[in-house]
Design a binder for this molecule. Structure first.
Ligand SMILES: *Cc1c(COP(=O)(O)O)cnc(C)c1O
Length: 397
């Protein structure tokens, strides 16, 4: 045992030495614009609860109703003990929201990525990722074992270069089954808040006969006329074979989803191991997510979304940080050095503002940043307070 503890302590000290050590901070309140940590109240600019739904009465009541009717736990995997009605209601609501034939939900977005990518590809296939895609997709690509290629962030020329190479390599190995090619990108990138050129990427995937999977974790509920996501805004939904996202961000609940054709969903039910070999989420989570989706589709949801964009405009009128044409709710304040980022976050906490210093391995080494997220639940006064506090920091704003 001693050797084990010693080894781990050495590894932890190495992290501390590089200012990469992380620890949990206990919060004694719901997620909302104000959170309580250690008896102190902080203005919270760190959560992905973009529409302020995580603590909304509509979602809570949905969850409570589901608990009363269906209990606390799901009993087993949905293929084993039967599939509780709240999951079906959720998947119908999702497919209706996203305008796809069908939908399947997983316990998390992470599990959705792993289950889907590993089910669709085998080692003779090729997976092509944007350099900045989320860890869940990177892990899925590695676990799935397909040939992995990475294109520079949002770089269409680099993507096409790789697609040309796959074309040749597919021909060279003629006689075998045709290798499938899957391109995966996010729509709004989680740590940079910028947007992918989905239309052009869809054009390339058509030209080279590839498949396209788009992770809308940070766009679902926020972009497009009906708030379905960036694919709706750019009118390319119909060209994306696999639409992925999470129920845990703007939708305010918990879980991951895949939307697409009936064939895709039937295939995943049969082949996605993170779906098959895992106990179904609690029915309360599904019911809360359903309430979140319905809220987003309502006029109230539209109004909530509009106030979020007003907050974003207010913030962006003061700083020129965004590297995107679109407004984003994610504002990366790049600092670079890990020590300086941790210091800046600590200084903000002294002013009762909670913003995490995002460091390796979430972003590249030397690309540490403060990641500010705005939500519809913040008031204009909250955002003014944030702007004031950021100006006190010596980080070149
Ligand atoms: C959060 C996130 C996920 C994972 O979703 P969870 O439901 O939190 O597991 C996947 N992709 C991106 C881009 C994310 O930001």
């Amino acid at each position: 045992m001693n050797f084990f503890e010693n080894e781990l302590n050495q590894r932890l000290n190495a992290l501390r030495g590089k200012n990469l050590f992380r620890e949990l901070r206990r919060v004694d309140s719901p997620q909302s614009p104000r959170i309580q940590i250690g008896g102190q109240t902080f203005l919270n600019f760190s959560s992905n609860d973009y529409l302020g739904l995580a603590n909304d009465p509509i979602l809570k009541e949905g969850a409570i109703r589901a608990i009363k009717k269906f209990g606390a736990g799901a009993g087993a995997s949905r293929l084993i003990c039967g599939s509780l009605a709240p999951f079906h209601e959720l998947e119908e609501a999702l497919a209706d929201f996203k305008q796809t034939e069908a939908a399947l939900t997983f316990s998390t977005g992470y599990a959705a990525a792993i289950g889907t990518i590993c089910a669709l590809l085998s080692k003779d296939d090729i997976i092509i990722l944007d350099k900045l895609v989320h860890a869940s997709i990177v892990d899925a690509a590695r676990l799935g074992g397909a040939k992995l290629r990475v294109f520079d962030h949002n770089d269409l020329n680099d993507l096409e270069k790789i697609l040309k190479w796959t074309d040749k390599s597919a021909k060279a190995e003629s006689g075998k089954r045709k290798a499938e090619i899957l391109i995966v990108t996010e729509s709004i990138f989680s740590m940079d808040g910028d947007d992918a050129p989905l239309r052009e990427i869809a054009g390339l995937k058509n030209k080279y006969g590839a498949w396209l999977m788009v992770d809308e974790a940070h766009a679902t509920g926020l972009f497009g006329k009906n708030r379905r996501g960036l694919a709706e805004e750019l009118e390319v939904s119909g060209q994306i074979e696999i639409q992925m996202g999470t129920l845990g961000k703007a939708l305010g609940a918990s879980g991951g989803y895949i939307c697409g054709s009936r064939a895709l969903i039937d295939f995943l039910v049969n082949r996605a191991r993170s779906f098959i070999f895992s106990t179904a989420p609690v029915p309360a989570a599904a019911a809360a997510a359903t309430a979140g989706i319905r809220f987003v589709q309502s006029n109230q949801g539209k109004a909530r979304c509009n106030s979020l964009w007003q907050r974003a405009k207010q913030f962006n009128s003061k700083f020129k940080i965004q590297n995107s044409k679109l407004q984003s709710t994610i504002i990366p304040i790049l600092i670079g050095d890990e020590n300086k980022a941790v210091e800046a976050a600590a200084k903000l906490r002294e002013q009762n503002i909670f913003i995490p210093a995002i460091r390796f391995p979430t972003v590249a080494r030397g690309a540490a940043r403060l990641r500010v997220t705005l939500t519809a639940a913040h008031s204009a006064k909250d955002v003014s307070e944030l702007i004031r506090a950021l100006k006190t920091l010596d980080i070149g704003l």
